[in-house]
Design a protein around this ligand. Structure first.
Ligand SMILES: [Ca+2]
Length: 187
């Protein structure tokens, strides 16, 4: 049993290492005029907690991250930033302002969800992306509990950290998009 746990952790570390070498030097940029789409599997950093981790899936459909294992675990919202596996992406914002966050994902059994964050903090209390289709990837741009747009309030131009934490496992995470245009709908 112990050797299984070590293998899981090691595979998580490999994901982390490949993400670092790809994106550590130059974070992708977003501006008031140019949207940014980021592949979920191109993490800057992945944080494993316990037996759960973000597994890179390349065999079925587009490359994506799977909140693994899918055993109906629901993480505690109140301790999500410390107790749930997270993935982090460095993004350079060219201007301060309000940017909108979209997530493209898929949910096994309709019970998969993810919580977004900015600079290590939740976007809002009880904020999560939920309700993805189980059989195909789809975009969601509103937070489930409030129905409000997922918005990143950027006070200072420059580099910021966009994070996602597991809420319910089984979530498949293809990519996310950041745009300053409130009317933009990704395809
Ligand atoms: Ca992807």
């Amino acid at each position: 049993m112990k050797s299984n746990v070590i293998m899981v952790v090691m595979s998580g570390v490999i994901v982390l290492a490949s993400g670092c070498s790809k994106d550590a030097t130059k974070p992708p940029r977003v501006s008031s005029k140019h949207d940014l789409a980021v592949e979920a599997e191109s993490t800057h950093k992945a944080i494993n907690v316990g037996s759960h981790y973000w597994k890179v899936e390349r065999e079925s459909g587009p490359p994506h991250l799977l909140a693994f294992p899918s055993d109906n675990t629901v993480f505690d919202r109140k301790r999500i930033t410390g107790d749930s596996p997270g993935v982090e992406y460095q993004v350079t914002f060219e201007q301060p302002g309000t940017y909108y966050l979209w997530v493209k994902g898929k949910g096994e059994a309709g019970g998969a969800s993810v919580i977004p964050g900015l600079d290590g903090k939740l976007l809002a209390e009880n904020a999560d992306f939920m309700g993805f289709f189980p059989s195909e990837f789809s975009w969601i741009g509103a937070l489930h509990d409030t129905g409000k747009r997922a918005a990143l309030q950027i006070d200072t131009a420059g580099e910021h950290l966009v994070s996602f934490w597991m809420l319910e496992d089984g979530f498949r995470f293809d990519k996310f998009m950041i745009t300053a245009d409130s009317n933009r709908v990704p395809e």
